[in-house]
Each structure stands twice: as structure tokens, then as C-alpha cells.
Design a protein around this ligand. Structure first.
Ligand code: SAH
Length: 340
């Protein structure tokens, strides 16, 4: 059966035409699903019984079951969802002064193999569909009775390796008739799939692009992130410049600081050289050590020095607040879990 949440509004209208229904019915159903966040077709009370039956026969609403919910001391919540096929994914809800931000997964597992990330090491299972991505937000909003204002694609998976579904999920999240989160409140984070960055620049989506850079020499970056062997730093930066020129959007570079690896002033100097003149921002992440990981967190002193060096040399840099580390919900700690 098809998951009705996989369709953006235009596609849903086409589905309804194929079912012999009027397209405006798709508007109504879209609102029930994404605005009212209902969990059954029976709640769609302005539809005829006949149409509700037809929908039940053809579609599911893909409602997630919560397997586990953990609340961190800072209020961050990590969910483990049953995605209904024997797999499970993690989603993290963070509370900031400006509202709730949700960190969503885009794949079950990840192929990228970054050495410092807990999502590495468990085999890749499959892409999440657009509906499965959006259901993470709907399930959390139902559970906590809240409205989420920001979505970041920084959970498990490489969003640009699941390009079509991620872009479709963003179109659904954006739609004013449904969830209505502006694209500027949505961030896609990528390990650097260069051709997809060029492709994204051509879409008419105003979302924020975050690049997981983490190193300034190819040797160091390839050690941390195998994807760098495929697309090196020069190619990546060129694609970023193209993205900025085409979209006029500021890029956010993520840089996870690991002790004695990429955290000394030489590295900061190289980073300034690399990013000079670009419309960008650097997000410094104190690296979270994973089990059996080879990278340790930098000292606070080094992290501050690194930030100050960037700021003093014309590159805006901030240190990401660590949220949820006591429940393994911080950056790089998410894992795909099997139910069995
Ligand atoms: N695949 C995407 C998105 C997922 S990770 C990407 O690579 O960007 C979200 C961010 O957390 C990325 O910048 C990633 O490099 C970073 N990250 C992964 N493991 C980490 C760790 N152990 N400590 C700190 N940041 C980590």
C-alpha cells in the first residue's frame, strides 16, 4: 500500500484524479494529514464515508510507533521510531529560546563512512521516503503537543544521497496549507556530494546549506571522511561558491574539532585562507567521541582560541551548544537500531 504522506500537494491531486475524485478533495486530505495531524482516515469528517473507505483501501498514513523516548537533562528528547518494516531510526527534538528544532534522519543507516560518526559501522539499509521523513515531525508534534519551527537534516544518513525524497519532504514541510515551515527554517547538512550541491542550487528552495568540512587539507579530510577521495576540498569549495552565487544564500560550514588532529592555529589559518571572501559562517562542534573512536574532543581552551582566531580574521564563527549528550543525542551519536 502507498503511504499517502509521500505525496506533495500537486502529486496528491493527481492521485485523486486517478481515483476518479475531484482535485479539491486532495486539498482537504492534505490539510487533515499535515495541518490537523490526524492518525486515521475516519477523522477526516468532511469526506464522505465512501471516500474514506476508498482511501483506507489504497493508502496508509504511515503512523510511527515510539519504541523509546529519552529526555536529557537539558530537555532535549531523543525518539527511537519503529518505521514499520523492522527498522528503526532516531530523531532528536531540541528546545531553543526561538522555538523547537527537530533533527531528522534521511536514511536508515549511512554509506558515507565518516570515521568520527556513530552512524557509521552499521550497514546501510535503505532511503527513507518523503512521507517517512515528514512523519518524524508529525509524530513528535503529536507526542509533545507542540509546534516545531525548525528542521535540520542532521540525523542519520546523507540527505543529498537521498536527493529526490529529501527535496520532496521539504516541499511538503513548506506547504502553507500543511506544516508551513519556511525553507529558511530548514537546513540540509551534507558531507559534500558535489554534483548534488550543483543540482540543489538549481531548485527554487531557499533552505540553508550546511557543509561538513572538518579539515582544510585533502590528506586530513580524506582520513576523516572517505567521500573526500571522490570529491576533494577544491571541488567542494568551487561547488559552494556556485551555490552562493546562484542562491545568494549564506553557507554554513561545520567543523568538528578533534584534539591534536584539526584544532591548532595552523588549521585555523588554513581555514581562513580557504573561506576568505565567501558568504559563509563557521559552526564549530566540539567532537563527540564515539565508542572505539580515534578522535577525542578538543580542550575548551583550544576551541575558544580557534573561534577567536577565525572571528579576528574576518570569518564569523560560533561554537555549537552541545545538547543531549547524556542520552547520546548529540552530533554524531545517532545510530540506526534494529528492532530484533
Ligand atoms: N550526513 C550529513 C548529515 C549528518 S551529520 C553530513 O555529513 O553533514 C550532522 C553533523 O554532525 C555533520 O556535520 C557531521 O559531520 C557531524 N558529526 C558527525 N559525527 C560527529 C561527532 N562524533 N562529533 C561531532 N560532530 C559530528
Amino acid at each position: 500500500m502507498k503511504n499517502i504522506k509521500d505525496f506533495n500537494l500537486e502529486e496528491l491531486k493527481q492521485e485523486f484524479i486517478n481515483l476518479g475524485e475531484k482535485p479539491y478533495r486532495a486539498d482537504q486530505v492534505f490539510q487533515w494529514i499535515f495541518k490537523e495531524n490526524v492518525t486515521s482516515f475516519d477523522e477526516m469528517t468532511n469526506l464522505s464515508l465512501n471516500l474514506r473507505e476508498k482511501l483506507k483501501q489504497n493508502y496508509t498514513l504511515g503512523i510511527y510507533r515510539i519504541i523509546k523516548k529519552q529526555v536529557a537533562s537539558d530537555g532535549t528528547i531523543k525518539y527511537l521510531f519503529d518505521v514499520l518494516d523492522g527498522n528503526a531510526i532516531e530523531t532528536v527534538l531540541m528546545k531553543y529560546h526561538h522555538g523547537y528544532s527537530l533533527c531528522v534522519s534521511s536514511q536508515i543507516g549511512c554509506k558515507m563512512g565518516c570515521k568520527f560518526c556513530a552512524s557509521t559501522g552499521i550497514p546501510f539499509a535503505r532511503n527513507l521516503t518523503a512521507g517517512e521523513i515528514v512523519e518524524q515531525l508529525l509524530a513528535v508534534e503529536r507526542d509533545e503537543a507542540i509546534s516545531i519551527s525548525n528542521v535540520v537534516f542532521m540525523g542519520i544518513g546523507e540527505p543529498l544521497d537521498n536527493y529526490e525524497n529529501v527535496v520532496n519532504a521539504i516541499r511538503i514541510l513548506n506547504n502553507q496549507k500543511g506544516i508551513n515551515i519556511g525553507a529558511r527554517h530548514i537546513s540540509i547538512s551534507t558531507s559534500g556530494l558535489v554534483p548534488k550541491i550543483y543540482q540543489l542550487a538549481e531548485e527554487n528552495i531557499q533552505c540553508t546549506l550546511s557543509i561538513s568540512l572538518h579539515a582544510t587539507t585533502d590528506e586530513k579530510r580524506s582520513n576523516m571522511m572517505p567521500i573526500n577521495n571522490q570529491y576533494n576540498i577544491a571541488e567542494l569549495i568551487k561547488a559552494c561558491k556556485d551555490y552562493i552565487a546562484k542562491t545568494n544564500r549564506r553557507i554554513s560550514f561545520e567543523y568538528a574539532l578533534a584534539k591534536d588532529n584539526n584544532d591548532n592555529l595552523e588549521d585555523a589559518k588554513c581555514l581562513v585562507k580557504l573561506l576568505k571572501g565567501m558568504l559563509c559562517h563557521v559552526n564549530l562542534i566540539p567532537i563527540n567521541k564515539i565508542e572505539n573512536g580515534q578522535y577525542d574532543k578538543s580542550s575548551n581552551e583550544n576551541i575558544l582560541k580557534f573561534r577567536d582566531y577565525l572571528n579576528d580574521h574576518g570569518i564569523t564563527a560560533t561554537i555549537r551548544r552541545e545538547l543531549g549528550s547524556d542520552i547520546d543525542a548529540a552530533c554524531g551519536q545517532l545510530r540506526r537500531k534494529n528492532l530484533t
